[in-house]
Design a protein. Structure first.
Length: 254
């Protein structure tokens, strides 16, 4: 993926990593469309950041994805990058089915079905572009589990394998598949995470991601240094220690 000259749609980018990445990509000379569920947030982003387009979308709703995709492509027929940013993360206790089932179903719908629906809605268009990118968003927790968030861990592991698989199918075409793998970042994804001293500051994370996109345009996985502890534990042979460390230091892992 080139760092500039793209038209990029980022659903799930009204806050946190998505919004910060959207603003930085716009500053690098890209046309950026921010997507989200809440109209008031979209209106505020459009007012505060002239030049950013916004589209209301709920990736947990198949009809919303279809209609939003049509609006995006009608307004931006040169779209060539899709970033499947939308996601949710919830603490669950699987010892009590009454407390986790609804959360697990919602997490899988948003984190797995959402990206699948988005890719399905845009893939025909992207294949017609001379240089296109699908950027999926997994997590360091796809590779090392956080005890408190089983469904989130599993959903991000699914996104990793989905990315690996469809990259094989798109080989030889104009569509690249890139997987962004964040570590814990100081956002509101979980209560208290914005103040978690073990999480990576948001501005540092986005700056490193932008640098990686710029210096490694052919990268298959975007991995900041902080995520490699989680990503490669099994390969290094210290997986058990990584699991123990993660769940001993993260306040939600106890």
């Amino acid at each position: 993926m080139n760092i500039s000259g793209n038209t990029i749609f980022i659903p799930g980018s009204t806050s946190g990593i998505g919004l910060a990445l959207a603003l930085e990509l716009k500053a690098r000379g890209n046309t950026v469309i921010v997507g989200g569920r809440r109209a008031e947030l979209l209106e505020r982003i459009a007012a505060e950041h002239p030049g950013i387009d916004t589209v209301q979308i709920d990736t947990a709703d198949a009809d919303s994805v279809t209609s939003a995709a049509k609006r995006v492509l009608d307004r931006h027929p040169d779209l060539n990058v899709l970033v499947t940013m939308a996601g949710v993360m919830r603490v669950e206790d699987w010892r009590d089915p009454a407390s986790f089932l609804a959360s697990a179903e919602s997490t899988v719908t948003t984190n797995v079905l959402g990206p699948i629906r988005l890719i399905a809605a845009f893939v025909e268009h992207l294949q017609a572009r001379p240089d296109a990118t699908i950027m999926t968003v997994s997590s360091g927790l796809a590779f090392t589990p956080l005890k408190a968030t089983p469904s989130y861990n599993a959903s991000k592991a699914a996104i990793h394998m989905l990315s690996e698989s469809i990259r094989l199918q798109f080989a030889g075409t104009s569509v690249k598949v890139v997987e962004l793998e964040p570590p814990s970042v100081r956002t509101a994804l979980l209560p208290g995470q914005e103040e978690n001293e073990h999480a990576m500051p948001l501005d540092e994370f986005v700056a490193e991601v932008i640098d990686l996109i710029e210096t490694r345009p052919d990268a298959k996985e975007i991995q900041v240094e902080r995520v490699k502890f989680l990503r490669y534990g099994e390969a290094r042979g210290d997986y058990d220690q990584v699991v123990e460390t993660l769940n001993g230091t993260d306040p939600h892992g106890k």
